[in-house]
Every structure is written in C-alpha cells, then in structure tokens.
Design a protein around this ligand. Structure first.
Ligand code: ADP
Length: 236
C-alpha cells in the first residue's frame, strides 16, 4: 500500500501562522518599547518640567496605536472563527456606503481630498457592521494614500446577482508587484508612510477575509502613479 499525502496547504497554513505571530509580536513590541523608554525617563526624574507634556503625548499616541492594533487583531481572529457570518440579514450596501462616506468627510477635508459617492440601491444578504468595515477601510485608504487636491469616487451598483462597489482615487498608486500582496496581514508598500498615518497593514487583510467569507471577490482593477481603483464583488 502506498499512501501519498499532499501537505502543501497544511505547510502553507503553518507558515502563514508563524509569520503572523512573528509580525504581531514585532508590531506590539515597537510601541511598547517606546512607551517603556519614555516612562522610564519620566520615572527617573531626568525630564525637565516643560518637556513632561511632550513625553506624556508620546505615551498617549503609542498607547492609542496599541489599542487600535489589538482591536484589528481581535477582529481578524473573530472573523477566523466564522461566528460573524452566521448573523447575516438583509442589508443595502448603498445605504452603508453613504453612511461610511459621511463619517469620512471630515478626514477627507483635512487631507484636502474631495470625496464623493454615486450609486443605486444594492440589497444583499450580509452583516451591516461587517460591510461597513469593507467600505470604510477602502475609502479611508483612498484618502490616506492620496495627493493634496486629489479625489475619491465611490460607486455602488447591483448587477447580475451581485453587488459591486468600486473605490477610485487619484493617489500614489500601488506598484504592480504589490497589488496582490497588499491583502496580506501587516504588508505595507511604504512602512514608514503607513505607520506615520497610524496603519499597521491590517485593514485590507480584514477586507479580504470578510469578502472571502461572503464568497465575493476583491481586486485592484487598475493602478498607476495617477491613482488606483479597487473593486469588491459580493453575491446578492
Ligand atoms: P494600512 O493600515 O497600512 O493602511 P492596509 O492593509 O489598509 O494597511 O493597506 C496595506 C497597504 O496597501 C498600505 O500600507 C498601502 O501601502 C497600500 N494601499 C492600500 N490602499 C491603497 C491606495 N488606495 N493607494 C495606494 N496604496 C494603497
């Protein structure tokens, strides 16, 4: 008897888990090291009174980064357990998009980016706060990785049994070799730029996991130095 076992998928899964754990540890360690360093200086009494405020600000910023990182990791692992998807109800992707765009309008203004959405009702089976996560993340990225005076156009439509959302920006673009990688947890094209804007590279990993669980697709439709267009297709 000869038994052959294909372990490619198992090995791949194990490698992904190892990489994920090592990335999580690294990402958690960076803000914690900074908090430790600053609080150590404060505790030693070496800091001049006028500098205390600045140091406290650093501790606050780094703690906020830690909290947001842990929130993202928890959401990813929650999605991994497949519990969210069982709460599916009837949602309108167009309504959810309009609301997310409204919440982001201030951020767009601050970044000098024009944010607009056009569409029609797109009713589907899904979970509202999960769908909001997709729309919010894509639009937030389109604002963050844009240029001053740029624009973001979001469209929603329902066609042939599926709901289609596109987010088009006039931003910095995604080099062709990274267009698939951006959906991997912790992957960032420009680590320092993303980090400066509070990103840990988990947003698109969340989007891709949600879309996968809805049997949908997420794709970079086009991207150049003039901007990008990302599309989501979800079955009704
Ligand atoms: P982050 O928290 O870094 O924004 P994401 O997972 O949302 O993480 O995105 C991963 C990376 O993909 C970003 O760091 C950025 O380099 C790239 N990216 C995502 N969206 C865009 C976009 N609209 N234009 C250019 N680059 C983008």
């Amino acid at each position: 008897i000869l038994i052959l076992m294909d372990v490619t998928e198992r090995e791949h899964g194990e490698r992904m888990r190892r990489e994920f754990t090592s990335n999580v540890s690294h990402e958690l360690k960076t803000p914690l090291t900074s908090i430790y360093g600053v609080s150590d200086m404060l505790a030693s009494g070496m800091v001049k009174p006028e500098d205390v405020k600045g140091f406290a600000g650093t501790i606050k910023e780094e703690s906020a980064r830690l909290i947001s990182l842990i929130d993202d990791i928890m959401r990813l692992s929650q999605l991994d357990e497949n519990t969210v998807i069982q709460e599916k109800g009837v949602i309108d992707l167009w309504e959810i998009t309009q609301e997310a765009v409204m919440r982001l309008s201030r951020k767009a203004q601050e970044n000098d980016v024009e944010l607009k959405c056009v569409g029609t009702s797109a009713v589907m089976k899904g979970v509202d706060y999960v769908a909001d996560e997709i729309v919010y993340n894509l639009c937030e990225n389109a604002i963050k990785y844009n240029k001053k005076g740029g624009s973001v156009t979001v469209t929603v439509r329902s066609e042939a049994g599926r709901c289609v959302l596109t987010v088009k920006d006039t931003g910095i673009g995604i080099p062709p070799e990274y267009q698939e990688k951006i959906f991997t947890p912790f992957f960032r094209v420009d680590k320092s730029r993303s980090r400066a804007m509070g990103g840990a590279g988990l947003g698109l990993a969340l989007v891709s996991e949600i879309v996968r669980q809805h049997n949908g697709q997420v794709k970079v439709l086009e991207s150049s130095k003039k901007g990008s267009m990302i599309a989501i297709m979800l079955p009704v």
